[in-house]
Design a protein around this ligand. Structure first.
Ligand SMILES: NC(=O)c1ccc[n+]([C@@H]2O[C@H](COP(=O)([O-])OP(=O)(O)OC[C@H]3O[C@@H](n4cnc5c(N)ncnc54)[C@H](OP(=O)(O)O)[C@@H]3O)[C@@H](O)[C@H]2O)c1
Length: 327
């Protein structure tokens, strides 16, 4: 089969190579799936650079979320059958940027019927992270204001849709006019182009200087620091990621003085600590997809040959919306 592999760490465009390798076989508890669609995520770039929390042995294939069809079921892999359409996070080093990948049966989820392959591939990391962040960690309430940074990105775009589905007023921040249009299409009530506007000023203006109740922050660094200038009394700032490249070190006296909470989220840890919640979240997302409330907005459907270029553009912040590769 064809697979993109990383033999040495570095920038995605330099270290990803498309190779012909052996098709994987299912060991105990595993499924082999024929990849129908694999979404690009920032962690794919971090994996290539060796900066992700998981460091698979070299060589490995990135590609951290996919939709595929089961072609082989290992012993004790659950009740899956050959031909089942599933979504899941592949077991590295056999990631999704390939014609076939390996999933743990216990972690695979049924692909929602109402979504096509490219959409279904994007329903996992971004939407699960958004659901756990907004509902479980930040307790977002109907009528509250939600500010989403990198709102045209993978996790951000999902948070915009889930915020609207929860009855919040959503302010989306994105870099550039194309991304701002995409965030509008997602349903955000207010869109801020951070290249031409200051999100703090916009938030204070549209909330009558009250500030925003929940802030969804996948960027970190100075974006986090500025967010503390427009967080509401009893607001919650969700620490989602550090796509800006700097991990902030906030002065905690500021959280005390302004009565806000700084809330961390590591979605992957729920698979270890409380996997039943992931299934519950998936059931709710599937229901929201069936009623049309959430639908990953795929902006580029590309062939497998476009992986290195696509992941590099994502790493550089040059993508608009979701990129999905269809092997
Ligand atoms: N906590 C969790 O459980 C969890 C789960 C999944 C992902 N994450 C993290 O969430 C972050 C976002 O992941 P993603 O896949 O959704 O990526 P993404 O949002 O598609 O891409 C990153 C976006 O961040 C913005 N950005 C701002 N400053 C940037 C800079 N200096 N360099 C690059 N981008 C910059 C850009 O959007 P604008 O130009 O529009 O601002 C860019 O498009 C990553 O750090 C990832 O590791 C965390």
């Amino acid at each position: 089969m064809q697979a993109w592999r990383v033999h040495e760490l570095g920038e995605p465009k330099d270290v990803l190579t498309l190779e012909e390798i052996q098709t994987p076989r299912a060991a105990a508890r595993e499924l082999v799936v024929k990849v129908s669609a694999v979404a690009a995520n920032f962690p794919d770039a971090l994996l290539c650079r060796g900066q992700y929390q998981v460091r698979p042995p070299l060589p490995f294939s990135p590609g951290v979320e996919l939709c595929g069809v089961v072609t082989e079921v290992g012993d004790d892999a659950g009740g899956w059958q050959v031909g089942d359409r599933v979504i899941g996070n592949p077991e590295l080093p056999t990631g999704g940027f390939a014609e076939y990948a390996v999933l743990l049966g216990a972690k695979a989820l049924p692909a929602p019927e109402t979504l096509d392959d490219a959409e279904a591939a994007g329903l996992l990391i971004g939407y699960q992270t958004g659901w756990f962040g907004l509902h479980r960690r930040a307790n977002l309430q109907p009528g509250e204001t939600l500010l989403v940074h990198a709102a045209a990105g993978g996790v951000g775009s999902a948070a915009v849709q889930l915020g609207k589905a929860a009855g919040a007023r959503v302010i989306g921040v994105a870099g550039g006019a194309d991304k701002a249009d995409y965030v509008r299409a997602l349903g955000a009530d207010v869109v801020v182009d951070r290249r031409t506007e200051d999100f703090v000023e916009v938030v204070n203006e549209v909330t009558g200087r009250r500030g925003t109740d929940v802030i969804y922050d996948p960027v970190g660094g100075s974006t986090y620091d500025r967010s503390t200038k427009c967080v509401a009394f009893e607001g919650r700032i969700l620490v989602i990621g550090f796509a800006g490249g700097t991990i902030q070190a906030p002065p905690l006296n500021h959280a005390l003085i302004k009565n806000y909470s700084i809330v961390g989220l590591h979605w992957g840890l729920y698979a270890v600590q409380n996997p039943a919640l992931i299934a519950q979240c998936h059931a709710e997302l599937t229901a929201l997809a069936a009623e049309g409330t959430v639908k990953p907005l795929v902006s580029e459907r590309l062939g497998l040959d476009a992986v290195a270029d696509g992941v590099q553009r994502l790493a550089d912040g040059r993508t608009v919306g979701r990129l999905v590769f269809l092997p």
